[in-house]
Design a protein around this ligand. Sequence first.
Ligand SMILES: [Mg+2]
Length: 221
Amino acid sequence: MEKLLLFDIDGTLMEESPTHTASFNYVCNSIYGVQTDIESFPRHGMTDTGILYELLKKENVEDDQIRNGMKKAFSAMVAYVSENLKPDDYKLLANVNSVLGKLHNSTYSLGVLTGNLQAIASLRLERSGISSYFAAGGYGDDSRIRSELVNHAIERFGKPIERDNIYLIGDTPLDIRAARDASVNAIAVATGVYKASDLTGSDLVLNSFKEEKKLMDFLKI
Ligand SMILES: [Mg+2]
């Protein structure tokens, strides 16, 4: 029986990437000719498609114009991040490597479920040295809606799996909501911008992956 753990990246496995964050203002300016302020935009837990869309809507850019420029904007975003990537963009959070190593040697398969564009996620996972742990993924260019990324991750996993045996692990209320909408289990970790008390409604809340035993007990490993 297959079991799959799908990890969010920013605030869950790694600190948020300053270069990736900055790339939104860069593409809004270079592709759409609009000045935006990503730093003050409440983006945590959103997909890159959703962030770009809402950021431009806020500056009164028309839907059609946003959609027509999106492919070009994403290419520019990937190029910008690739050219400017630095160690701060793939800094692993405490005890992540140890937890992933143990889970990888268990009966669970691992994947990512991230709002990052696939190319950006892959780059950051490779540079941080953890990419070989993951057998599947759902990414921010698969859909604007986070819960729909679960379907893409299942498809890339390529094996039949029950929803009851899928666990979404993330750091925001939007990760929990995506898990509920996709009818999979939700595990929250309070290592992003939200506190543990903001993450109720998940099946398990961890203060960080330093609470390794609590996670392993919950997963019956
Ligand atoms: Mg996150």
